[in-house]
Design a protein around this ligand. Structure first.
Ligand code: UDP
Length: 365
């Protein structure tokens, strides 16, 4: 059985690594990786391949930076050639980025079966480009691998047939469990001269939060308020950095006392920083899950989450009201009263990729 796994952006590499490792356990599976090039620089791409033991991609589509439409179109055209050459049994797409939708569509048009890993997640917010990518990909996928109960409920509500859906757990957590010890050995916290529990980690990159001047100005004010209580470590996503530069706000952020702006971190460094943070403030999808697994308090600066189990069982709290004083209040609450009780969601046990490999193999019979 030949499986082509598509990756394009940072979170994809982290999800694909355990899948490729699981596929290689089976001599009957031929696993190939296609990198679309959505994220291409060393800090957002190459370091993840190295740290997660992913081999060089079999194909690199090398798409250029451009609008979402340009990227979608370019990926589709180039991926068509790959499918023509490879004729795989399955195209496996992960997550919710442009590459996910583009390659799922091409496979569907060319009669190749599509499996979607991390299917069924819905924020309910159709203004998020990721939400549209999720809905469209799920509507054409032949096999849908789900991480949490809400995913099952959403797919049922959308009329996706039960026999296409498998509840398998979370490949993001597979990577975390696989890398946690290595991350702790690397001890980025110590290397940065920090103490466990002595800092807050912040990551922000959703278009809704960082694409407008007003949103970014508010973000700078949030950072300033939080830094009054704790050192803030802020690995700045390239999208956020370029918008900070565009609106002339990078200087203000740099001047705030008790804030350390960092380049995007490698996976091991970031995991170590997450695990020992007092609080994580984020708008990332994956980070909500990782903090839940690590039982680190997480404040998600968004109106909604597509990962409700992290709020129901985990450590995550949504903060829809993004004014700086409310955020600071919530941070102070956690620092003084401690984190909320939390549990590990069902099947987030480090074995999701093995279940996915087994399910794909079953489709042969
Ligand atoms: N991450 C990382 N370095 C960083 C920030 C995040 O390795 O500086 C990892 C994080 O641990 C998680 C993934 O990147 O596994 C999340 O990616 P991102 O927030 O870009 O995407 P999302 O999950 O929101 O789609």
């Amino acid at each position: 059985m030949k499986i082509l796994t598509v990756v394009g952006a940072r979170p994809n590499f982290i999800k694909a690594a355990p899948l490729h490792r699981a596929f290689r356990q089976y001599p009957t599976i031929e696993s190939k990786i296609v990198h679309t090039g959505q994220h291409y620089d060393a800090r957002m791409s190459a370091i993840f391949f190295r740290e997660l033991d992913l081999p060089e991609p079999d194909y690199t589509l090398g798409i250029s930076t451009g609008t979402q439409v340009q990227q979608l179109a370019e990926i589709m055209l180039r991926f068509e050639d790959v499918l023509t050459a490879e004729q795989p049994d399955w195209v496996l797409v992960v997550g919710d980025v442009t590459s996910t939708l583009a390659c799922a569509l091409v496979a569907n048009k060319m009669g190749v079966r599509v499996a979607h890993v991390e299917a069924g997640l819905r924020s309910g917010d159709r203004k998020m480009p990721e939400e549209i990518n999720r809905i469209l990909t799920d509507s054409i996928a032949d096999l849908l691998f789900v991480t949490e109960q809400a995913g099952l409920d959403n797919l049922k509500r959308e009329g996706i047939a039960d026999e296409k859906v498998r509840f398998v757990g979370n490949v993001m957590i597979d990577s975390l469990a696989y890398s946690r010890m290595k991350a702790n050995e690397q001890n980025t916290v110590g290397q940065l001269g920090l103490l466990p529990g002595g800092y807050v980690v912040m990551t922000m990159h959703r278009p809704g939060n960082v694409d407008t001047e007003a949103g970014l100005t508010n973000l700078v004010a949030i950072v300033e308020r939080v830094a009054r209580d704790k050192t803030v470590l802020f690995p700045v996503h390239p999208r956020t950095r370029s918008n900070l530069v565009r609106y002339g706000l990078l200087g203000c952020l740099t001047m705030i006392p008790n804030v350390r702006l960092l380049e995007p971190q490698g996976y091991l460094a970031f995991l170590n920083l997450l695990e020992h943070a007092a609080i994580v403030i984020t708008d990332s999808g994956g980070v909500q899950e990782e903090t839940t697994y690590l039982r680190v308090p997480c404040l998600t600066l968004r109106q909604s989450t597509e990962r409700p189990v992290t709020v129901e069982l985990g450590t995550n709290q949504l903060l829809a009201k993004l004014d700086p004083d409310s955020v600071r209040e919530r941070v102070t609450d956690i620092l003084t009263c401690g984190a909320k009780q939390s549990l590990t969601p069902p099947l987030w046990d480090g074995n999701a990729a093995t279940r996915i490999a087994a399910a794909l193999l079953e489709t042969r019979s």
